[in-house]
Each structure stands twice: as C-alpha cells, then as structure tokens.
Design a protein around this ligand. Sequence first.
Ligand code: SAM
Length: 277
Amino acid sequence: MSGRLVLVSTPIGNLGDLPPRAVESLRSCALICCEDTRHSGKLLSHAGVSGVRLAVANEHTEDARTDEVLGLLAGGHDVAVVTDAGTPGISDPGMRLVRAAVDAGYSVTAVPGPAALGMALVVSGFDTTRFVFEGFVPRSGRERGDRLAEVAAERRTVVLYEAPHRAARTVADLAAACGPDRRVALARELTKLYEEVWRGTLGEAVAHLAEVAPRGEYVMVLEGAPAATAATDEQIVHALRMALSGGADRRTAIATVMGATGASKRRVYDLALTIPR
Ligand code: SAM
C-alpha cells in the first residue's frame, strides 16, 4: 500500500491550538516538509515529537522536493506538510506537492486546524454566507490596480492578507478604490496575547493606521460592494469628475467609482467617455 500526503495545520500564534491529531500525524510520518526547519523544530519539541526527519519545502524548493516525496509515498510511507503557521497551501507552500501527489495517483488528506482567513471572517461581523479569499494583493503596477478594482466591485465579503509594513498603504489604496465609506474589519495578532479586531469604514481605517503604526500580522475583511441600482448616471458622472479633479487618472477614477457605487465596469467606463479630457 502506498503512503499518504498529509497537510497538517499548525497554530497561527497560540500553541494551544495544535490539534491532537496533528501531533499524531507528525509523529507517525516518515518525513515532515516545512518552510523552516528551526521554526518547525520548535513546534515539534513543544509537541513532544522527536526523531522524524524535517526537510525544507518552501516557495523556492517545493518543486525540487517532489521526487523525494513521491518516492516515499510509493514506498508506503506517509509524508506530512506543515508551514510556519496555519494551513499549508493557503498563501503558503503545499499546493504544488498536493498537485504532484494527486497527479501521481496518491492519496492526499489533511489534519484541519487553524487558518487566519477563517477566523478573521467569522469574527468580522460581515456576511459569512458568501465570501471570497484574495490572499495578498499584488504589490505594485497594473496588476495591483486591476486587482483592487476587482476587489472594489466584489459583492461578496472579501478576505485579504497583508504584511504589517504594507497594511497602511493597502488600506489607503482600498479606500481609494472602494470609496471611504465601505466598512472593513482589521483582524490583528489573532489567537495571540494582543489579538484585536478593529472595525470601521475604510476612511477611518486610514486614519487609525496612521495613528497606531501597524504591528503584527493583519487580515483585512472588507464588506461586499453595495447593490448597483442606487446610483444614477448623473451621480456616477459627478463621482468621476470628483475623482479626476482630485488627481486620479482615468483608470483609477473608474475603479474608485465602480467600488463606491457598485456600478458595472462597462457602465462607468462608458460614462467616463462622456467627460472631456
Ligand atoms: N497559511 C496561513 C493561514 O492558514 O492563514 C497564512 C500564511 S501567510 C504567509 C501569512 C499571512 O496570514 C499574514 O501576513 C497575515 O495576513 C495572516 N496571518 C497569519 N497569522 C495571523 C494572525 N495570527 N493574525 C492575523 N493574521 C494572520
């Protein structure tokens, strides 16, 4: 019988969140693929797991690790995948090993557990019946503008990850894309001593982050865009003029107004064409 690839979720800050079944899986596998052997080594010693080999499978080495992992599975050994925190494969390595194992016909399973996105979503206070996970938005360029415009027009609740040193800029760009009145929850340091969920509008969030200097890890949960029916053509043209006179280029102005009104890209674009350059 061949072995199984086991994705094992680990705590996102509180070691008490390591599920007992995770410890059992880590203890009984032949190899643990991890992002950082020192980091995961500490978790293993906390869990009382010793004698299992750790190997690095991070964003640069995950592909190179594949042959070894498939070889162990072929030999009937289980292989575990962990990351520094949370669920492997969610904005973290794991997906490529899963694909390789699935393609080769091996069984893939998971020990479910902590993931920052699920916790942030359920404590946000926003609609949890339909949501999208955007992970990290691109850092710069056209890709970033396009993604923010998509996020702004999204009717479902949106969950985003962000590094602390980019949180203020991303919130400011979201406020520009969605309009300052859209509500957001900033979930910080989840499960840790200084866990905090700040709730307010994007405009208020910009001021809040300017005051507190972002620290720790952030998940941003954004309320979905409002229904498109409310805005008239006149209101959209007015909003476009305001954005353009505030210094935005046409592309940004269109994205901002789409986000603020919930109107379709086509409609806002066509109305933008009626404004002389
Ligand atoms: N695989 C992880 C998961 O399941 O959530 C995500 C890893 S991703 C590289 C790291 C990002 O997750 C951080 O930048 C932050 O947005 C979010 N994150 C992880 N732990 C968190 C925590 N304790 N509180 C808030 N956000 C957290």
